[in-house]
Design a binder for this molecule. Structure first.
Ligand code: UT7
Length: 323
């Protein structure tokens, strides 16, 4: 059977780093509160010349170089973002142009923080359906542009960045020993849309709007939703937490990451954590964490890797793959 295998990984972060102490003159907060409640120590913030498209392009070029490929080898770009350069066209199309790619097709995927997990699963469908052989899957965000910088309960939490994978069709045996995507579980429930949303849009206010979140409410649901999709992914694949080599969760809050790992019985040393350095980069958080752990030699070819995310909508999902 056809499997969607990882051929390359890449990432890009804005030049500017903002530390917790840098907020002390902006809102009433402290380094201590932010670290204790979230685990975040710093985040990268895009400068005027850095956009979702430019970060996505940099991550895509990094992933292509890592794969030993050029844009000519790519059939499809799926870009997960909630902070597109423009309302339309899709930022994926802008990235396609920036890469000089004059063939194939490209589109954006909007599932907020779960965007990358949705995008990987979508790319897998195109690959297994035979419509694409190689797909660039990108998560890229500039959440700093939609934050209310006077709201201490949200502005300290988010950061900017991008990560990318090159997925490639390969023949597998149909067992969990295969490399590539092995199982996935996606969910959404729009009843929760008011708990995490942006208060603007083309069809309502005609403005971009600002991020609004009832943090405590999101927190309350997070661990249960995450464990639900992960358990479904485990049962599809017929594995348990012990079989995993790496758990690469969405990086929103260290307490949510630790709580989910504990509930699922995933050993602490298997958990990839970047929230301390990147903050919550929404759809970019999982590929940024993957990029870091693959580049520093933790994730190796053949390792069993579990991706997970949960965010606005609510949307949530998990993907199991063998690197
Ligand atoms: O990626 C999408 C998914 N998003 C998430 O997963 C986020 C989920 N939520 C969270 O991570 C946490 O709920 C937060 C980090 C947002 C907040 O942590 P919390 O422990 O739930 O705090 P809280 O909202 O219950 O607030 C506790 C106190 C409040 O003061 P009072 O009402 O107890 O007097 C807040 O006003 O902390 C206050 N507070 C702050 N204090 C200092 C809120 N933000 C800050 C701040 N600095 N930045």
């Amino acid at each position: 059977m056809i499997r969607s295998t990882v051929r390359g990984v890449g990432c890009a972060l804005p030049r500017k780093i903002m530390r917790n102490t840098d907020f002390e003159g902006i809102v009433e907060t402290s380094d201590e509160w932010i670290i204790q409640r979230t685990g975040i120590r710093q985040r990268h913030i895009a400068s005027d010349d850095e956009t979702t498209a430019s970060l996505a392009e940099a991550a895509a070029r990094d992933a292509l170089a890592n794969a030993g490929l050029t844009p000519d080898d790519i059939d499809l770009i799926v870009l997960a973002t909630s902070t597109p350069n423009n309302t339309f066209p899709a930022t994926a199309v802008e990235v396609q142009d920036r890469l000089g790619m004059r063939h194939g097709f490209a589109f954006d995927m909007q599932a907020v923080c779960s965007g990358f997990v949705y995008a990987v699963s979508t790319a897998d469908m195109y690959i297994r359906g035979g419509m694409a052989r190689r797909v660039l899957v990108i998560g890229s965000e500039t959440f700093s542009r939609i934050l209310d910088w006077s709201d201490r309960s949200t502005c300290v939490l988010f950061g900017d960045g991008a990560g990318a994978l090159v997925l490639e069709a390969a023949e597998g045996e149909g067992t969990i020993a295969d490399r590539g995507l092995l199982a996935a579980s996606l969910r959404s429930d729009g009843a929760h849309k008011e708990k995490l949303y942006v208060d603007g849009g083309p069809s309502t206010t005609g403005t971009v709007g600002h991020l609004r979140m009832e943090g405590r409410e999101v927190f309350k649901h997070a661990v249960a939703m995450i464990t639900d999709v992960i358990e479904s992914t485990f049962s599809q694949a017929g594995i348990t937490a012990d079989d995993l080599d790496w758990f690469v969760p969405h990086q929103a809050n260290r307490r949510i990451i630790d709580g989910s790992a504990r509930k699922l019985g995933i050993a602490e040393e298997k958990v990839v954590v970047t929230v301390d350095k990147h903050g919550n980069t929404s759809a970019a958080s999982v590929p940024l964490a993957l990029c870091e752990a693959a580049r520093d030699g933790r994730i190796k070819k053949g390792d069993l890797v579990l991706l997970e995310a949960m965010g606005g909508g609510f949307t949530w999902g998990a993907v199991l793959l063998r690197w």
